[in-house]
Design a protein around this ligand. Structure first.
Ligand code: ZN
Length: 277
């Protein structure tokens, strides 16, 4: 049984603020060790649940956070950014399940720690086929195109609720309860790891209960940006259309093509963000 574990940082045990989650920031070196800790707890759970091969995909910021020497020796590591499948790169039809560890809510949830989707500057909302969506839904859809279900998700409590909303029967472990966007009550690290390992193992034992997410096609991603100039740039994606002053949408027959268009819209919009306006 092959398991891919995609690991973000905003939903990691103890992490609540950008001063921890941004490379170069004051507490970043601490946070990347915490990230490896939650990842390793999930790797151990996957092994306990019957996995014979585990691939960890570093999925935060430049995707170079987890140090290989801190990773569980049974896992291999997909490290480094610019990857075609981004947060779930390494995924293909040979996998049996994917885990999302340390994930976060879609933009705007008041108890979602560092809530956002892809970019934190310049973006208000993202919709997939007219439903508000965050990274959980976006990447569950990518895995679903390969026939691979999301079996297990960790993060704050609001993230777990979002996962259960998108993915019926998914197993979740909340390692913290958000208070505001940048504050939370966090489980102790040992207890968080115990719950992640047990939850991951149980998720694989119950794998037959979960189904791959297969978004309807043609698939439409729509992005609402904070500035009209961001929408000007996002609308340069071939086939996109301006929905209103700050909103751009793009439709493709194939989900992976619509995902590629979404990334292009994000990347162009992010380049147009002005720090003063
Ligand atoms: Zn992240």
């Amino acid at each position: 049984m092959k398991v891919l574990i995609s690991v973000d940082m905003e939903g990691i045990s103890g992490v609540v603020h950008s001063s921890q989650a941004s490379p170069g920031a004051r507490d970043y070196e601490w946070a990347r060790t915490m990230m490896a800790g939650d990842a390793n707890a999930a790797v151990q759970g996957a092994l306990d649940g019957g996995a014979t091969e585990v691939v960890v995909a570093d999925a935060h910021d430049g995707m170079r956070n987890i140090r290989l020497n801190e990773l569980h020796p049974a896992a291999s590591l997909v490290s480094g950014g610019g990857r075609p499948l981004s947060m779930v790169h390494g995924m293909d039809e040979s996998f049996d399940a994917v885990f999302f560890v340390g994930y976060h809510t879609m933009p705007g949830h008041p108890e979602g720690i560092m809530n956002h989707a892809y970019i934190s500057k310049g973006l208000q909302n993202v919709w997939l086929n007219e439903r508000l969506v965050g990274e959980i839904g976006i990447f569950a859809g990518v895995a679903g195109t390969f026939g691979v279900p999301v079996a297990f998700v960790t993060g704050d409590a609001a993230t777990c609720a979002e996962a259960e909303d998108w993915l019926p029967a998914v197993a979740t472990v909340a390692v913290k309860q958000g208070i505001t966007r940048f504050s939370a009550q966090c489980l102790g690290q040992a207890e968080a790891h115990r719950r992640i390992t047990a939850g991951a193992a149980q998720a694989l034992r119950n794998l037959s209960r979960v189904q791959p997410l297969k978004p309807d096609t043609p698939a439409t991603f729509q992005v609402e940006l904070t500035g009209s100039q961001c929408a000007d740039y996002a609308a340069r994606v071939p086939g996109s259309r301006r929905v209103d002053n700050r909103t751009v949408a793009c439709t493709a027959d194939d989900y992976l093509d619509s995902f590629r268009a979404l990334r292009l819209m994000f990347e162009l919009a992010a380049g147009a963000v002005d720090t003063a306006y």
